[in-house]
Design a protein around this ligand. Sequence first.
Ligand code: AHR
Length: 511
Amino acid sequence: MRLRLFACCLLTATAARAQQPLPLTVQPGNPKLTISRHIYGHFAEHLGRCVYDGFWVDPALNVPKQGRIRLDVVQALQKIKVPNLRWPGGCFADAYHWRDGVGPAAQRPSRLNVWWGDTPEDNSFGTHEFLELCQLLGTEPYMAANVGSGTVQEMADWVEYLNASGTTLARQREQNGHPAPYKVSWWGVGNESWGCGGNMTAEHYTDVYRRYATFAHNFPGAPLKRIASGANGDDAHWTETCMKQIPAELMWGLTLHQYTLPTGSWSGSKGASTGFGEDQYFSTLRNALKMDQVVSRHAAIMDRYDKDKKVALLVDEWGVWTDPLPNSSALYQQNTLRDALVAATTLNIFNNHCDRVRGANLAQAVNVLQALILTDKEKMLLTPTYHVFDLYQVHQDAEWLPLQFQSPDYAFGSEKIPALNASASRDKTGAVHLSLVNLDPGNALTLEAALPGVTWKTVTGRVLTAPKVNDYNSFDQPAVVQPAAFKGAQKRGDKLRVTLPPKSVVVLQLT
Ligand code: AHR
């Protein structure tokens, strides 16, 4: 109960912006409750220009490469410590047959990517290439197995191919260049099985899941984390059915997909990724903040079946989804300061639900949806969202510190949302980090933090902001939105005084 009270820090104050600094308390943590680094996971689907022409490029492209893997993209991602990478989809996963993507490239079949515009899929990027990418990134591979159009045997064989020794499938892996078992532990069993993954009912999916999970075998050194395809948004029935019907020992995790659409509409325009006004700035943030209610709702259902919180909730698709840019590849959108504020807010929500949320994957890493990186032939740029993941990496595997405060409002028209959201953690060196987001585009926000139980002498920080909420990094001007040193925090006695600029993300380090 105490935990839930403190986790709920997105409280609204009806009072107008106070002249006095806003009081905030950093509560002592519980060393057993850490923010899983896997909350900071990413996603690479065979979709648009994420894999092909994102990670995996034309041999003639004049950029540093290992084979066809683009190394400037890899180096940028190494810097933010990607903990896991989900692949090959998304909707693509339930149409993907892994045998198409192993063996000599010239002998791999050509298919159509039926989910994403019937584009050619030559299977040149397959299992070994993905695992080579993961090895370069130093990241945990998170495979999505085909349940919709695949078979139980096909998934079981993929697990054996990757993780076994001494079998015929293991020898095939050896012949294909990898003698040692890969030891891939993270396995999603289907994707969006309520939709593109087979349009199943929850009742049908849970039976199907039990079969797939049963025959996916634990080989030595690779105990599987079997992950069930979870709810769409606030579909409580799906979560309830999975928790009721699937034995906990067969389900390490259960997923949730929750996207943020500026207009909130899947059928009409989703809203533009650039050039929007305050109306869509506000509605995007309002919609993004729903993540807190959605996660709380699913977590409460899970608590009823799993009081010890053994089953992880993985929000393995989230992010801003706008209309694509004109004449671009599938789901290609720009990324503004607004996206950075959504990313920072969402990660604060996940951090504050770290008792149950133990994984998440932003959609997607390169050139698709709320991307970290955009590429154009030899050029690449880091988006404002990338910079948030850079600033927030300090929270990975750190002890969660609950916060208590009452946010002032940011009002637009007749609506209002909390202007401030935040999370905090203590890392293994004892340093405390506070990530603070001021969503109000017009008002700075001063707060005074008490930190009982924290011994500290100095505060340093970084800030991410820009002149306008719809500013973005372009290939001609790639540094419009980037972090800078933050000078707005001081120690006053044993308190911390901070003035957050309007529309900003600030991450402080107290040592
Ligand atoms: O991330 C894009 C798509 O969104 C994924 O393929 C699918 O799972 C979701 O609907």
